[in-house]
Design a protein around this ligand. Structure first.
Ligand code: CAA
Length: 385
C-alpha cells in the first residue's frame, strides 16, 4: 500500500502550515492563558473551508479523505494544539453519522457541518464509564415517536459550543455491558439537555471540556443511528477511525516542539559554540527527530489504510485496528517524550511561559488519555494478535 502524499495533499499541507504560522500561532499563548474556546479560531477554519475535508461532495464536502483531515490537524497542532482540537472533535462527532446515519440524517446535518456553520461533539464518557464503554448508564427510553434521555456525561470536549452532539445511551437496561446501547443525534436547545460543570485543564486550555446533563430530554426517534443495540459497534468503529486523528494532533505537537528546539539549539551558544554542536544535545535532538519521523510514517500509513475502509458498520479488519491503536499509542508517547526533551533543550527558558515548549508539554499529555488511554490502545492492539 503506497502512502506518498499526492500533489493535492502536499498543497494542502503547505497552505495550512502558512495559515497556522500567520493566523493561529500568534495568539496561541494568550488563548492558552485565557482558557476559553476560541470562536475566532473556529471561524478562521470555516472561512478557509477546513471543516469540509472529510465530508462527501454530495453533502457539501470536499471529499479529500481521512489522510487530508489528519494533515490539517497535524499542521494546526504544530503551533496550537487547542485549535487543532476543533477539526479533531468535528471528525469524532461526525463519524457515528458517517458510519451509521441514513441519507435523511446526513442530508439534515452534513451540509452545515461540512461548511462549519455548525459544530458537533461526541458524548460518550460518563463518571462510571471512561475506558469501559459498557458501563454507560445514561438511559434512552422509547416513548411514542421519541426517546427520553436521562443521565450525565463528563469530560465532553466542546459539548457546550456544539450545535449537534452524537450521544451514546442505554436503550435496553435489561442487556448487560456493551449490549443494549444506541447512539442519538441530539441538538443544542433540546428541552431537558443542559451543560453542567466546565473543567479547568492542564493543557489544550482553549478547548472546552464540560458535563452534559440529560433530564427527561425528549429526542425524536428518527435521531437514533442505525437502530437499538448498534451503539457499541458504532462507537468502536468511530474510534478505530478517529484515534489516528489524535495521533495527527500528537505528531503536530511533537513536530512543533522539535522545530522550536532545533532553532533554539542553533542560536543558543554556551562554552563558545551553539549548543547543537554539543554532542549530548545533538544526540537528544537526533532521537527526537527519529521519533517524529517514525510517528509520521505510521500515521500516514494508517490513514491511507483507513481510506479503504467502508463508512458503514461492517467489521474493521484486525490489521486496520492494530494500525489505528499503534499509531495513536506511538504518536502520543512521542509527543510526551519530544515535548519534555524540548523543554530540556531550552533549559531554564523551556520552563517559563514566554517560550512555547512549556505549553506544548502540557498539551501533549491529553493525547495519551483521550479517545482511549495508552493502556487501552495496548489492550485493543493485543486483542488483534
Ligand atoms: N473495533 C471494532 N470492534 C471492536 C473493537 C474495535 N476496536 N474492540 C472490540 N470490538 C468488538 C469485539 O470484537 C466484540 O465483538 P463480538 O461481541 O461480536 O465478539 C465486541 O466489540 C466486544 O468486545 P470486548 O468484549 O473486547 O468489549 P469490552 O466491553 O471488553 O471493551 C474496549 C472493549 C476496547 C476496552 C472498549 O471499551 C474501549 O475501546 N474503551 C475505550 C473507550 C475510549 O476510547 N474512550 C474515550 C472516550 S472518547 C473521548 O475521549 C472524546 C474526547 O474527549 C475527544
Amino acid at each position: 500500500m503506497s502512502y506518498t502524499l499526492s500533489e493535492e495533499q502536499l498543497m494542502l499541507k503547505d497552505t495550512v502550515r502558512r495559515l497556522a504560522k500567520e493566523k493561529i500561532a500568534p495568539g496561541a499563548a494568550k488563548r492558552d492563558e485565557e482558557g476559553v474556546f476560541s470562536h475566532e479560531m473556529s471561524d478562521l477554519l470555516k472561512e478557509n473551508g477546513l471543516f469540509a475535508a472529510d465530508f462527501p461532495e454530495t453533502y457539501g464536502g470536499a471529499e479529500m479523505g481521512f489522510l487530508s483531515c489528519c494533515i490539517i490537524i497535524e499542521e494546526i497542532a504544530r503551533v496550537c494544539a487547542s485549535t487543532s482540537v476543533i477539526p479533531l472533535v468535528h471528525e469524532l462527532g461526525t463519524m457515528p453519522i458517517s458510519l451509521a446515519g441514513n441519507d435523511e440524517q446526513k442530508q439534515r446535518f452534513f451540509p452545515d457541518l461540512a461548511e462549519g456553520s455548525k459544530l458537533i461533539a461526541f458524548g460518550l464518557t460518563e463518571p462510571g464509564a471512561g475506558s469501559d464503554v459498557g458501563g454507560i448508564r445514561t438511559k434512552a427510553v422509547r416513548d411514542g415517536d421519541s426517546y427520553v434521555l436521562d443521565g450525565r456525561k463528563c469530560f465532553i470536549t466542546h459539548g457546550d459550543v456544539a450545535d449537534v452532539l452524537t450521544v451514546t445511551a442505554r436503550t435496553n437496561p435489561e442487556l448487560p455491558g456493551n449490549k443494549g446501547l444506541g447512539v442519538f443525534i441530539v441538538e443544542k436547545g433540546t428541552p431537558g439537555f443542559s451543560i453542567g460543570k466546565k473543567e479547568d485543564k492542564m493543557g489544550i486550555r482553549a478547548s472546552s471540556t464540560v458535563e452534559l446533563l440529560f433530564e427527561n430530554c425528549r429526542v425524536p426517534a428518527e435521531n437514533l443511528l442505525a437502530g437499538e443495540g448498534k451503539g457499541f459497534s458504532i462507537v468502536m468503529k468511530t474510534l478505530d477511525f478517529t484515534r489516528p486523528s489524535v495521533a495527527a494532533q500528537a505528531l503536530g505537537i511533537a513536530d512543533g516542539a522539535l522545530d522550536y528546539a532545533v532553532q533554539y539549539a542553533k542560536e543558543r551558544e554556551q562554552f563558545g559554540r551553539p549548543i547543537l554542536q554539543q554532542q549530548g544535545l545533538a544526540f537528544l535532538l537526533a532521537d527526537m527527530t527519529i521519533q517524529v519521523l517514525a510517528a509520521r510514517e505510521l500515521l500516514y500509513k494508517t490513514a491511507t489504510l483507513l481510506e479503504e475502509v467502508p463508512r458503514d458498520l461492517s467489521r474493521v479488519s484486525p490489521e486496520v485496528i492494530r494500525y489505528s491503536s499503534a499509531s495513536k499509542n506511538f504518536a502520543s508517547d512521542t509527543a510526551m517524550k519530544v515535548t519534555t526533551e524540548a523543554v530540556q533543550v531550552l533549559g531554564g527558558y523551556g520552563y517559563i511561559k514566554e517560550y512555547p515548549v512549556e505549553r506544548m508539554m502540557r498539551d501533549a499529555k491529553i493525547t495519551q488519555i483521550y479517545e482511549g488511554t495508552t493502556q487501552i490502545q495496548k489492550l485493543v492492539l493485543a486483542g488483534t494478535l
